[in-house]
Each structure stands twice: as C-alpha cells, then as structure tokens.
Design a protein around this ligand. Structure first.
Ligand code: G1P
Length: 288
C-alpha cells in the first residue's frame, strides 16, 4: 500500500460568504485567535505525517503563500531588536512543510481545482483539505483517515451527521456500516441534494483521501450543481468502479467560511488556548 505523502488544499475560492471582510484579504487568512485559518489546516497536515502541500490558488491569494514563506527583512529587524521568541515562531512557520502552488485560472469548481494538482501529485493517493473546514480533535482528522486507509486501501471521505433539513448545503453520502468502527461503504453520493429529497444525513466535510484515479475521472466530469465541476460527482463515478468509504471522524468540525461558524471556531479555539483560555473563559462568564 502506498504511503500518503501529499495534501492538496484548494484556496482559490472568492469567499463571497464572508464579504466584505474577504474583499481584500483571502478568507483563509482570517484570524482564529492568533493564527490564520490556513495555518490550522497546514498544521493538521503536518501532524498527520504529510510531507508536501499543494495549494491551489488564484489571483489575490499571495498573502497565503507569503504567510508560509521566509521573510528576510522581517527576520533581520526581529534579530536586531532581540525578539528571539517571535523570530523562532516565524521561522517555525516557514519551516513547517514544503509548499507548492498551482494557479487555478478560472473558477470552474472544486473538482476542477483538485484536477489542477494532477501533475504535482502524480500516481499516488493523496489528501484533500478544504480551507473552510476546521476540525478540533485529539487525533488530527487526516491522521484518523490515514489510519482507516491503512486498513481499507481505498478512497475515504470524512462525514458528519447533519439535520435532514440542512442536507442541501453538503455533498451527501449513502452507504452501509462495515465492521470497522465509524466506517461505511459508500453506495451513492449527491452534491447538495434539493431540500426534502435526501434520506441520508451523512454530510461530506472538507477532508478527503483519494486514489490517484480520481484525476482521470475529474478530467471527464462535466459541470454539475451550480454549473461547476463538482468533486462529489467525480467521487460518485469513482465509487461506481472501485470501493469507497465514508468515515465519521472523531472531533468537532467548524465551517470557518461562514460568519457564525467562524465565530464559534474563534470562541472554542480561544477557550482551548494555552495562555488565553483561562482569562477568556473568565471574560465570557462576566458578559454572559
Ligand atoms: C464543498 C463540497 C461539499 C461538501 C462541503 C463541505 O462544498 O462540494 O460536497 O459537503 O464542501 O464543506 P462548498 O461548501 O464548498 O460549497
């Protein structure tokens, strides 16, 4: 079985749900307590043993690349001012992991964004993490998926149960439970089913572990929901040919691309913070 070494993170989206905040700043650079959301995603990847990140970017997203780059000028200033701790923190971010960027020149959909990574990923299974989806868990969500992959050796989508009246916001998976805890064998997937048409409450969240065959399938996938090339449609086509699994990960998922989801993430991550957690909890008690 091939090891999972690469993770694709599409960050080309416009972030319309977060306007006006995301007009001049990529939504992935919005701060959750003391780090941009994209850093949490990259840290999850690193903690899961991944060696290389492939960012799928678009115009106006260079702040993301800069965040993980080494800034010689800033480093020199911090050195002169004897700000050693800060310097070390910034150096650690730039040394986190190798990052390669690929431009998605047109917003043709999530499926198209992932297809853009085909030459960098090559012929090996890989992870996909969506920048909006933050997961708080003891074991990183991607690590949980890699552990399942080591047992089943096929593609996996992370899922969570959602109320049936919210299924229209997600890719929805139908499947049957298997002998492995939290795992299901996928029989059918639908991208954002019309309200009232879904009987399954298993929603795809932004974590996928995919076999490289997905690239051929994506290359043939025609526009679907919203006129975009949908990853879920390609996954359904792949699931028709070989096994695919859904995994109810252990943890809490936040939709950080949505204003309320973002606020929940800020509060929950702040409460868990090493130094800020206690004073923040005291503050919340005083205002609630
Ligand atoms: C994407 C996927 C969808 C998935 C969702 C999770 O949709 O297409 O299948 O359920 O992410 O966040 P988006 O929210 O980007 O429209």
């Amino acid at each position: 079985m091939q090891t999972i070494k690469k993770a694709v993170i599409p960050v080309a989206g416009l972030g319309t749900r977060f306007l006006p905040a995301s007009k001049a700043i990529p939504k992935e650079m919005m701060t959750i307590v003391d780090r941009p959301t994209i850093q949490y995603i990259v840290e999850e990847v690193v903690a899961s043993g991944i060696e290389e990140v492939v960012l799928i970017t678009s115009e106006g997203k260079s702040a993301i690349e800069n965040h993980f780059d080494y800034d010689f000028q800033l480093d020199t200033v911090l050195k002169e001012k004897n700000k050693f701790q800060l310097r070390e923190e910034l150096t650690n971010i730039s040394n986190l992991i190798d990052i390669v960027s690929v431009r998605q020149k047109e917003p043709l959909g999530l499926g198209h964004a992932i297809w853009m990574a085909r030459n960098v990923v090559g012929d090996e299974p890989f992870l996909v993490l969506l920048g909006d989806d933050l997961v708080m868990s003891d074991v990183p969500c991607c690590k949980q998926m890699i552990d399942l992959y080591n047992q089943v050796g096929e593609s996996i989508v992370a899922v969570q149960r959602v109320p049936l009246d919210q299924t229209y916001q997600y890719g929805i998976v139908e499947g049957e439970a298997i002998d492995i805890e939290r795992a299901h064998k996928v029989s059918r997937m639908v991208e954002k089913p019309a309200p009232g048409t879904s009987t399954s409450d298993m929603a795809i969240i932004g974590r996928y572990l995919l076999m490289p065959e997905i690239f051929d399938v994506l290359g043939r996938t025609t526009p679907g929901h919203g006129g975009e090339i949908q990853l879920t449609d390609a996954l359904q086509a792949l699931a028709n040919k070989r096994e695919m699994y859904a995994y109810e990960f252990d943890g809490v998922r936040y939709d950080a691309g949505d204003k309320l989801g973002y606020l929940k993430a800020v509060v929950d991550f702040a409460l868990q913070h090493r130094t800020l957690g206690k004073p923040f909890r005291d503050h919340l008690r005083s205002v609630c």
